[in-house]
Design a binder for this molecule. Structure first.
Ligand code: NDP
Ligand code: OXD
Length: 308
């Protein structure tokens, strides 16, 4: 029995080192190196090339290295007999809370505008917003959305949450799926923390933006395909949206020719809102590997019928 690590962005050595220091007894292989396919029972993946899983006849579980699992569902070689797990990790949660909070304050205080002014040596005070002027609406009130909502609420922000099923969270007004329009009409800073599924693909579009109060701001930290890029640019150009901070893109790295790069009201970060820490995450993978070996239920198992 062994674990196969499949990712192609050069970060595999960090993960292998974390296994070496925390569980040297577990055999782990890098997909990019020769490995005995018949020994593999768990695949630990991040944006794996599609079509590989069927080559591993003893594979039982595909574990995401992150919170999202969209790239596993999209792989035609993933089948219903395989188990799927994802990351639920305290560091991933606090990193996301902090990133979204930082973007909210940067927007409120107009910090991006001062950054542009600095490049022009322009000394100019601009009006800014206060907490009372902002209602933050979070789409997706799961592990990351709920924690981020609570972190903002504790700091005195007015926070709303929208999700498939209604949540009860002290201090936060929550809306269930059918009440999307009610949620949108009260939100002027929209945060997307939805999983990418067929139901949420393209959800951030012109029609949705038109239901927000005029001049709303978008903080998008979920997945690239949630957002219809041209719709955002048009909505900004018309003044319906006043700008956006975007961390995730349909193709990453973002193409150097993308109109987002040069847009003065769009602020880009390279999918860094919250990055899985191998040192922190490997511990739960080891627990799950041992559970898999002893036929016990897994932690953070994804309901493959639900799709996220
Ligand atoms: P969860 O699965 O815990 O939460 C998902 C939430 O979205 C749930 O509240 C769910 O509702 C809601 N939801 C799902 N589908 C719909 C829908 N069609 N309509 C309305 N609500 C819906 O996920 P996490 O919070 O752990 O992660 C969210 C996403 O964040 C990940 O999938 C990933 O894409 C992204 N991410 C981005 C990172 C970055 O660095 N930019 C880092 C980590 C994650 P319900 O509660 O009723 O099921
Ligand atoms: C994740 C991510 O899903 O980093 O964890 O986007």
């Amino acid at each position: 029995m062994a674990i196969l690590l499949i990712r192609q962005d050069g970060k595999t050595p960090q993960w292998l080192n974390a296994f070496k220091s925390q569980a040297s007894q577990i055999e782990c292989f890098d997909y990019n190196e020769p490995h005995p396919k018949e020994t593999i029972t768990m695949a630990l993946v991040w944006k794996q090339p599609h079509g590989l899983f069927e080559q591993y006849k003893n594979l039982k579980c595909v574990a995401s290295m992150g919170a999202g699992v969209d790239f596993i569902f999209e792989d035609p070689s993933f089948h219903q007999e395989l188990l799927m797990t994802r990351v639920v990790d305290p560091l991933l949660i606090t990193d996301m809370e902090e990133f979204v909070t930082a973007q909210v304050y940067a927007y409120m205080k107009g910090l991006y505008q001062y950054h542009s002014q600095q490049s022009l040596s322009l000394w100019q005070q601009n009006p800014y917003l206060r907490k009372k002027d902002i209602t933050i609406g979070i789409m997706g009130m799961g592990v990351l959305g709920s924690a981020t909502a609570k972190a903002l609420s504790v700091q005195g922000f007015n926070v709303l949450g929208w999700s498939n099923s209604k949540k009860q969270i002290e201090g936060i007004t929550t809306y269930e799926k059918v009440d999307l329009n009610l949620f949108l009409e009260k939100t002027n800073v929209l945060v997307c923390l939805l999983p990418l599924t067929p139901d949420t693909n393209g959800i951030l579009n012109e029609s949705l933006f038109s239901k927000l109060p005029r001049g709303a701001y978008l903080i998008h930290v979920a997945r690239g395909p949630h957002l219809v890029g041209e719709d955002l640019i048009q909505s900004i150009d018309k003044g319906q949206m006043c700008g956006a901070a975007i961390d995730v893109f349909p193709t990453e790295p973002l193409d150097t020719k993308s109109p987002f790069w040069g847009h003065s009201k769009i602020h880009i970060t390279p999918h860094c809102a919250s990055i899985s820490s191998p040192e922190s995450v490997v511990a739960q993978i080891v627990v799950n590997y041992n559970r898999l070996t002893s036929h016990q239920p897994l932690l953070n198992q994804v309901d493959t019928l639900k799709g996220y």
